[in-house]
Design a protein around this ligand. Structure first.
Ligand code: UGA
Length: 439
C-alpha cells in the first residue's frame, strides 16, 4: 500500500482522482460537504457519466482502498491532500477562490505534521504561493499538480496521462517527489516545475486549444468563400507533426465547463499583468461569432435569407451537450444555438442521447426519440457530434420532415448517404453557393 491520499471535493476532478489513485494502489479518502452525494458514492452510485468510473469506485469500495465521507477530520490521517475544489468565474470572469479560501485554513488546523497539500483543479497562477499563508503552518508542503482530464475520457486520461506536471518552489523538492510517486504506475513523463509554471501550463494548454479551434472555425468560413474543403485543409495541416491532427474539426464553437472559463481567466490575468493577449481575445471573439453564424445558416436554410424570420418554423435539433460523450450542458454552444432559434420564434424540438428534459431547456421541446425531431421540420440541425446520429434511418427522417434539409454544424454526416436519403446536406467549411475564386 502506498500513500494515504485525501481528496477534497468529489466533482469530476476529485472523484476521478480518488477512484484512479485507489486503483493505482493507494489508500484514498474522498471528502465532500454534500452529504447525500457522499452517501450515494459510498453505495457506489456515481452522479456523473464517465466511462469506467462506476467500476473503479465499486472496486475501491469493495477492496477497502476508497472511502467517502462528509467528515473532513478524516484528512488528519492523510499524508497527501489534493484540492479538487470549484473555482467558478465571478462577474468579471476571474476565478472565485472563495471555497478554497474557506477550506485551506481549516486544513491548516487539521492536517498531520509534514503533510503535502496539492492543488489539482485549475487555480489562478500564484495560488500555490499563497497557500502557506492560508494554511498558517510551516511544516506543510505545497504542490501544484494540475489535471488535464477531458470530460467523457476522465478515467482513461488519468490512467494514461500525456504528462504529469508537478510544481514546487523550488522545483523537484521532496514533496514534489512524493506526488510524482503517486503516478509511478502510469509511467507518464513528468515535468518538474516551479508552482507558477505548473499553474500557467494548465491555462496555457486550454487557451492554446481554444485558439486552435477558433483558427479552424475561421478557416472553415474562408473555405466556404473560396470553394475549398476544410476537411482536406485540416487533414493536410494535421499531417504536419508540428501541428498535429487533433482539435482541427470545425464546429458550432467551443464550450464546456473549462475552455470558456479558462480563456476568460487567462485574458483577465494577462490584462492585470499589463500584457495584451490579443490572439486569445480574438479566439474568444471568434467563438462568440460561431454561434451567430450557425443561427444565420439555419435561417438561410429555412427562409432563403440569413436574415429571414423564423417565427412558427419547426426546427429539429440533434444534440444539445457541448460535445459528444457527455450530457453536460454547461456553456454548450449547441444549447445556446437551439435556444436562440427558439427565441427567434422557431418551434424547436431537440434530442440528445444524454440529455432529458430539465432546467434551462424550457424554450425547447426535448424528446427521447430522435425521429420525433423530424416531424414536419423545415430543417434539421446537427449541433453535437454524437456518432450514433450517423446511423439514424435518414430516409425515415426525410419522410417525416416538411423540407428535407440538414444543417450539419459538425460535419458529422456523409453527404452521399444524405443525398440518397433525399436530404440536402449543408455542412460547414465546404463550397458555398456564392463561392468566389481565391483573390
Ligand atoms: C478540456 C481540455 O481538453 C482538457 O485537457 C482539460 O483538462 C479540461 O478542458 C479541463 O480544463 O478540465 P473538455 O472541457 O472536457 O476538456 O472538452 P474538450 O474535449 O477539450 O472540448 C472542448 C470544446 O471544443 C467542445 O465544445 C468541443 O466540441 C470542441 N471541439 C473539440 C471542436 O469543436 N472541435 C474539435 O476538433 C475538438
Amino acid at each position: 500500500m502506498g500513500e494515504h491520499v485525501g481528496v477534497v471535493g468529489a466533482g469530476y476532478v476529485g472523484l476521478t482522482s480518488a477512484a484512479c489513485f485507489a486503483h493505482l494502489g493507494h489508500r484514498v479518502t474522498c471528502v465532500d460537504i454534500d452529504e447525500s452525494k457522499v452517501d450515494n458514492l459510498a453505495r457506489a452510485e456515481v452522479p456523473i457519466s464517465e466511462p469506467g468510473l462506476p467500476e473503479l469506485v465499486a472496486e475501491g469500495l469493495a477492496d477497502g482502498t476508497l472511502a467517502f465521507t462528509a467528515d473532513d477530520t478524516a484528512l488528519a490521517e492523510c499524508g497527501i491532500v489534493l484540492l479538487c475544489l470549484p473555482t467558478p468565474p465571478d462577474h468579471e470572469g476571474k476565478p472565485d477562490l472563495g471555497v478554497l479560501e474557506d477550506v485551506v485554513p481549516r486544513l491548516g488546523r487539521l492536517l498531520a505534521p509534514g503533510a503535502v497539500v496539492a492543488t489539482k483543479s485549475t487555480v489562478p497562477v500564484g495560488t500555490a504561493a499563497r497557500l502557506p499563508d492560508l494554511l498558517r503552518r510551516t511544516d506543510l508542503s505545497v504542490v501544484s499538480n494540475p489535471e488535464f482530464l477531458r470530460e467523457g475520457h476522465c478515467v482513461d486520461d488519468f490512467l494514461r496521462p500525456g504528462r504529469v506536471v508537478v510544481g514546487t518552489d523550488p522545483p523537484g523538492s521532496e514533496a514534489a517527489r512524493r506526488i510524482e510517486r503517486l503516478y509511478d504506475p502510469t509511467r507518464a513523463p513528468v515535468v518538474r516545475a516551479d508552482t507558477a509554471s505548473a499553474e500557467l501550463a494548465k491555462y496555457a494548454s486550454n487557451a492554446f486549444l481554444a485558439v486552435k479551434l477558433s483558427y479552424v472555425n475561421v478557416l472553415a468560413e474562408l473555405c466556404e468563400r473560396f470553394g475549398a474543403d476544410v476537411g482536406e485543409v485540416a487533414r493536410t495541416m494535421g499531417l504536419d507533426s508540428r501541428i498535429g491532427p487533433e482539435f482541427l474539426a470545425p464546429g458550432p464553437g467551443w464550450g464546456g465547463s473549462c475552455l470558456p472559463k479558462d480563456t476568460t481567466a487567462l485574458l483577465h490575468a494577462a490584462g492585470s499583468a499589463g500584457v495584451d493577449f490579443g490572439i486569445l481575445r480574438d479566439a474568444v471573439r471568434v467563438n462568440a461569432r460561431q454561434r451567430a453564424r450557425a443561427v444565420r445558416t439555419v435561417r438561410e436554410a429555412v427562409t432563403g435569407s440569413p436574415w429571414g424570420a423564423l417565427s412558427g418554423a419547426r426546427i429539429g435539433v440533434l444534440g444539445l451537450a457541448f460535445k459528444a460523450g457527455t450530457g453536460d450542458l454547461r456553456d454548450s454552444p449547441a444549447l445556446a444555438i437551439a435556444t436562440e432559434l427558439a427565441r427567434r420564434g422557431a418551434e424547436v424540438t431537440a434530442h440528445d442521447p444524454a440529455v432529458g428534459p430539465g432546467p434551462g431547456l424550457d424554450a425547447l421541446q426535448v424528446v427521447d426519440d430522435p425521429y420525433l425531431v423530424a416531424k414536419d421540420a423545415a430543417a434539421l440541425v446537427v449541433l453535437t457530434e454524437w456518432p450514433e446520429f450517423r446511423d439514424l434511418d435518414w430516409a425515415r427522417l426525410a419522410a417525416a420532415t416538411a423540407r428535407p434539409v440538414v444543417v450539419d454544424t459538425r460535419n458529422l454526416l456523409d453527404s452521399g448517404q444524405l443525398a440518397e436519403a433525399g436530404f440536402t446536406h449543408l455542412p460547414v467549411g465546404r463550397r458555398h453557393p456564392d463561392a468566389a475564386p481565391f483573390g
